[in-house]
Design a protein around this ligand. Structure first.
Ligand code: SAH
Ligand code: SF4
Length: 360
């Protein structure tokens, strides 16, 4: 006879834990205590949840486990950035990065193992999609990093800019944000979360209706349809024009603005004409631009522009009263910088096959 697999308590919302308690004849109010132990105190052993009776702990241990990603490797960069390679229960690996004092403490979290979008300059894209992460695994990264760095009780920001395209894994990502927001857990306000996306238009519209809408960063990278299609393949289905329209439709708070990320590739999208087109494209949008000089890597067929080219590009935007910043690359020495997240192993269908499957 097969013993049924125990369910993961760390993957349940408070309401779901409450339902499970009621179903086994226990009072619902213990759900908040259990949630606090797991998410706020980082406790994974039910037996250490000492404000629950021994009998309840025994009943829980019978039916549940608390799964937590295991730290398989940990590197600290010269600049203080820390990269964690985390192993999931099925042995797959992802990367999560801690970026200190920028000015807040920031966790850069993954939403998928690999990514199906195939952006031309991104190492994660070269892996293809291996699988989506569950909400428990997305939340688990924050719990593990905050626990390891003693930040469970301190404020921090979360950027969904690790491996994967969050809007391709929409439901689990939104569930994770709700679980992170839970006041009995880490209580992370959506204002402290930034979701970075290539901009899958229907999902972006859906996101605009969410009660817990995070800040948005749109990975733009190009100013013409042809150029963007070459760099960001989903453009073939969701044109640059339709993406900008979707951004105009988004309900933004009074003070909030959309960040547009723009990876600068030498001789490809870094000319003064590109900068001027970018100004026009974003006219009338509540926008800020984050320029990201390419993090070059073997297998990536582009080069990082000179600092002078980056300055020239930034100045053209600033002269037109746009808010522009240049992303300082952190953790490059430990390959923790943007687009450098990749975990070896895994044979997957070609990027083109995967993208066709996603876009239909
Ligand atoms: N899939 C999402 C979030 C993860 S990528 C997205 O694409 O937005 C996070 C950021 O890293 C994106 O803006 C992406 O364009 C950027 N990036 C990817 N590869 C890079 C590289 N080689 N150098 C610099 N930035 C890169
Ligand atoms: Fe995926 Fe983002 Fe990399 Fe594009 S840049 S391949 S969407 S992780």
């Amino acid at each position: 006879m097969n013993t049924p697999r125990k369910a993961d308590l760390a993957g349940l919302t408070i309401a779901e834990i409450g339902d499970a308690l009621v179903a086994q004849g226990d009072p619902r109010f213990h759900a908040a205590q259990i949630y606090r132990w797991i998410h706020k105190r980082g406790v994974t052993d039910v037996d250490r949840m000492t404000d629950l009776s021994r009998a309840l702990r025994a009943r829980l241990a019978d039916r549940f486990v608390v799964l937590t990603p295991r730290v398989a490797a940990h590197d600290v960069s010269e600049d203080g950035t820390q990269k964690f390679v985390l192993e999931l229960p099925d042995g797959k690996r992802i990367e999560s990065v801690f970026i200190p004092d920028t000015p807040a403490q920031t966790f850069c979290i993954s939403t998928q193992v690999g990514c199906a979008m195939g952006c031309a300059f991104c190492l994660t894209g070269k892996m293809g999609l291996i699988r989506h992460l569950t909400a428990a695994e997305i939340v688990g990264q924050v719990r593990v990093l905050a626990g390891a760095l003693d930040l469970l009780d301190k404020p921090f920001n979360i950027v969904l800019m690790g491996m994967g395209e969050p809007l391709h894994n929409y439901d689990e990502t939104m569930r994770a944000l709700a679980m992170l927001h839970e006041p009995h857990g880490l209580g992370v306000s959506p204002k402290r979360v930034t979701l970075s996306t290539v901009g899958l238009v229907p999902m972006l519209d859906k996101l605009g209706q969410e009660p817990l809408m995070p800040n948005l960063a749109i990975s733009l990278h190009a100013t013409t349809e042809t150029q963007r299609a070459a760099l960001v393949p989903p453009t073939k289905k969701y044109s640059l024009a339709s993406l900008i329209e979707a951004c105009r439709r988004l309900p933004l708070g009074k003070r909030s603005r959309i960040t547009f990320e723009y990876v600068l590739l030498a001789g490809v999208n870094d000319s003064p004409d590109d900068a001027r087109r970018l100004v026009k494209l974003l006219a009338g949008l509540k926008a800020k631009v984050n320029l990201i000089p390419l993090n070059a890597a073997p297998g990536i067929p582009f080069e990082r522009p000179s600092d002078a080219a980056v300055d020239r590009f930034a100045r053209i935007l600033a002269d037109k009263q746009m808010t522009v910043s240049v992303r300082k690359s952190r953790g490059r020495d430990i390959r923790a910088a943007c687009g450098q997240l990749i975990v070896e192993g895994g044979r997957v269908p070609s990027a083109a096959q995967q993208l066709a499957a996603v876009l239909g």
